[in-house]
Design a protein around this ligand. Sequence first.
Ligand SMILES: Cc1ncc(COP(=O)(O)O)c(C=O)c1O
Length: 420
Amino acid sequence: MPTTIDVFAKAREFERLELLTSARELDLLPYFRVLEGPTLPVVEMEGKRRIMLGSNNYLGLTGDERVKQGALDALQRYGTGLTGSRFLNGTTDLHVELESELADWFGTESALVFTTGHQANLGALGTILGPGDTVIADSGDHASILDGCVLSRAKLRAFRHNRIDRLERALERAQGDGGGILVVVDGVFSMEGDVAPLEEIVDLCRRFGARLMVDEAHGLGVLGARGAGACELLGVEDRVDLRMATFSKSLASCGGVIAGPADVLEFLRFQSRPFMFTASGVPAAVGAALAAVRICRSDEGRELFARVLANARYLHAGLSALGFRVVEQTRLADGTEVVTPVVPVVVGDDWHAGLLWKALYDAGVFVNTALHPAVPPGHALLRTSVMATHDIGTLDRALEVFGEVKRVFEAKHGSLTSGP
Ligand SMILES: Cc1ncc(COP(=O)(O)O)c(C=O)c1O
């Protein structure tokens, strides 16, 4: 008997279909908006110049002549693509140099470059962990971490975002699971821009004999004196077992990396399916990332890290002064505030977030909208982020637009500051 179940039925009935269709009809959909030029502080988008507060180009290096030259040189030397995997026929000396410089930057024995950051998480977690192991992840971790955990078929124990007491309980319970234990957290969380309490996390991992992996996607090229990320800033580099990062944020390119002990990286080199069975990143992406790493590691790096964080502070203060509910910056146990380039505004309701997004867009400011499942239900955010290359005039103009949009919105829909 042939089955009567059509696997395409999901596509026609999925729960968000109605919402997406209505949003598209009202032109409120914040996704797939078309860029007509490079991602710079001000972009050309759908026929209009708009201030870009919705990128991960934290250092503004996508437009840097040296980074573009790095891409061009690689393109000229190796052509448009490598048409094979790193493993079989897609490794160039640029990959090898990049791995060596990244390992040096992180201060680890070794590093392995993947085609994307998503694949790096999949490739590390899906290979190091197996069905008998336990992986403990923060509920705010990036989707690629969750995907890696699922791929591994290890027992997944999630703990409530940044709640150390919950992590401790998960570690206690995991003792009875019978396998190895890996804790995996974002150093800087992608939507809210807050920082993991890594000092407490490393202590707990030690106490319970667990390994720790930190995703530095939003910390690399931003935090710490060397720009090596949240682990450097919080002084725990020597107690973190594996670090992951992507080239698609501060490094202005595309690709991913896992850094850690040489034997573990060697294991991944020969066992990790998301590394071995996919095409190598295009030469231009590797050349650009290498040039960006060199800028970050030069004296100029420090200036760029300081500038992006000063811009984040400025935007945070400006939005707060306008009466927006801006997510508080992380405060460490000793009272120090940790600023990151992500400055999210809490809206709460999905439709309100869509309406505000559109009003900002029409007035010439592009931001990101984070709706469930990227954030908990009822916790919609307008996620803004800055670049080191935004000037104060541009940020002031964006703030003016935010102020005007808020005034008009509140006249119709009520106060944005009341809410859960
Ligand atoms: C925290 C985090 N990890 C991993 C990734 C995946 O990186 P990539 O964009 O290189 O696939 C991202 C990017 O969205 C991220 O924000």
